[in-house]
Design a protein around this ligand. Structure first.
Ligand SMILES: Cc1ncc(COP(=O)(O)O)c(C=O)c1O
Length: 446
């Protein structure tokens, strides 16, 4: 007899990522099926997934048999061969495709297993670039407080947020340097845009001068940042960072791991700004989460001095993942999902503005289908909103069949790019109800 599927509890042999012992004791939902923008748990309960798989890769939605077929066909043809000294067809085709759709100038690509590995490889490429040019003292990496660039060895050095995660792994690799992030709703410099004159970007000059420009390899940042909830910097921010990096010979790495492949209503979020990166990291929407894959792209200027990339992963340039990615990119294009992200993103944001009537909703924002509701207990002072109340809103939403998550003091919304107007209306209604219930419990509502 087949055992029924139960919630996961302490008896399970499976370890979960970033899940507390208390949550395991309470029982963890087992997701057994996905269809469109909904997933189903062990009891058959369905959830509207406003987080595209929780970590937000599922751009084309669930249940795409075309992607299964692409993986199956490639496995039958040629499942695996080393990325060292040999090439394979899907990886070559995917590199060509990315050269076509990434911002102009990004010409060379290599493939890894996920976003963390892509970031790691970008950092290695930057080091190689300087090393082969005889600039061997450049090892420091400048990142931003509030950044997230993955969980691997060197990548952790750029980890500006999720404090317990960073602190537990300290000491960081030497050369981890941080500046503040652009977060105008709660400006870390206590200034107001535009009178601030972009102090958060200009801080980079002071930090470079202090650290020694001849020791700095690269600056890394997400074009639109997740840490405070889908935060888009002012238009001049990235051009100014680019100018500062150029004036000191520092490479600019733009981390498109979340933003890429239509999340923000353009193929890449870099395209919202008048700026060109030297290197770009990608993952998530690259395969819509159907198989693991990350990528790094860079300009010819970066690869030109490099005689040999001292780097090898068994699963680098994996043919099956690359074949699935090619099919996934075809779906994004033929179903016009980038355009859908832009159009439906505007519709979602319009709907969210109705929530500003709530005493706890300080700001709503969004670019494409990446949106956030920033909470406060005082709209004038923008005082912090307790995390336990945010978590309680999330629990209420789950009870009503909608999955969302927190980012900083915000609720973040990042649904599959196939979401419809009806599903957005459904989400806004439930958000409205759950926020009211929590405000009543907190005594904020009359
Ligand atoms: C901007 C950014 N970079 C890197 C990563 C790490 O990617 P992965 O979780 O695939 O290792 C993430 C993951 O959320 C991310 O958002």
């Amino acid at each position: 007899m087949i055992e029924p599927i139960n919630k996961l509890d302490e008896k399970s042999h499976l370890m979960l990522h970033r899940t507390s012992r208390q949550d395991v004791t309470n029982g963890i939902s087992v997701i057994v099926k996905g269809e469109g923008v909904r997933v189903f748990d062990q009891d058959g309960t369905s959830y509207l997934d406003l987080e595209a798989g929780g970590t937000r890769p599922v751009h084309v939605g669930y249940g795409r048999s075309e992607l299964a077929q692409a993986g199956y066909d490639q496995m039958c043809e040629m499942a695996y061969f080393t990325p060292m000294g040999f090439a394979n067809v899907p990886a070559m085709r995917l590199a060509d495709k990315l050269a076509e759709i990434t911002p102009s100038g990004i010409e060379r690509f290599t493939f890894e297993c996920d976003g963390s590995e892509a970031v790691e490889t970008a950092m290695k490429l930057a080091k190689h670039y300087h090393y082969y040019r005889g600039d061997q003292g450049r090892f420091k990496i400048v990142s931003r407080r509030g950044a997230y660039h993955g969980v691997n060895g060197i990548g952790v050095r750029a980890l500006g947020i999720v404090m317990p995660m960073r602190q537990l792994m300290e000491p960081l690799a030497p050369g981890s340097v941080f500046i503040e992030s652009p977060y105008c709703y709660r400006c870390p410099h206590n200034l107001n845009y535009p009178d601030c004159d972009l102090a958060c970007a200009r801080e980079l000059i002071r930090v470079i001068e202090f650290e020694g420009p001849e020791q700095i390899s690269m600056f890394i940042g997400e074009p639109i940042q997740q840490g405070f909830g889908a935060y888009r910097p002012p238009a001049e921010y990235w051009p100014l960072i680019r100018e500062i990096c150029d004036s000191y010979g520092i490479l600019l790495v733009i981390d498109e791991v979340i933003c890429g492949f239509g999340r923000t209503g353009k193929m890449f979020a870099t395209q919202h700004f008048d700026m060109r990166p030297d290197l770009m990291t990608m993952a998530k929407g690259l395969t819509s989460g159907y198989v693991p894959l990350g990528a790094v792209g860079c300009t010819n200027r970066v690869t030109e001095p490099i005689e040999l990339l001292n780097h090898l992963h068994t699963y680098g340039n994996h043919p099956v993942s690359c074949a699935v990615s090619l099919r996934n990119l075809e779906i994004l294009e033929t179903e016009k999902l980038i355009e859908n992200s832009e159009k439906l993103g505007r519709y979602f944001l319009d709907g969210l503005t109705s929530l500003l009537n709530h005493p706890s909703v300080g700001e709503v924002r969004g670019t494409g289908l990446w949106l956030a509701i920033d909470f406060t207990v005082n709209k004038n002072s923008r005082a912090p909103f307790p995390l336990e109340n945010l978590m309680s809103i999330i629990a209420r939403m789950k009870q009503r069949g909608v999955l969302v998550k927190t980012m900083g003091m915000a609720l973040e919304l990042a649904p599959p790019l196939i979401i419809s107007r009806d599903e957005i209306d459904e989400a806004i209604l439930i958000l409205d109800t759950c926020i009211s219930e929590e405000e009543k419990a907190m005594g904020l509502l009359r």
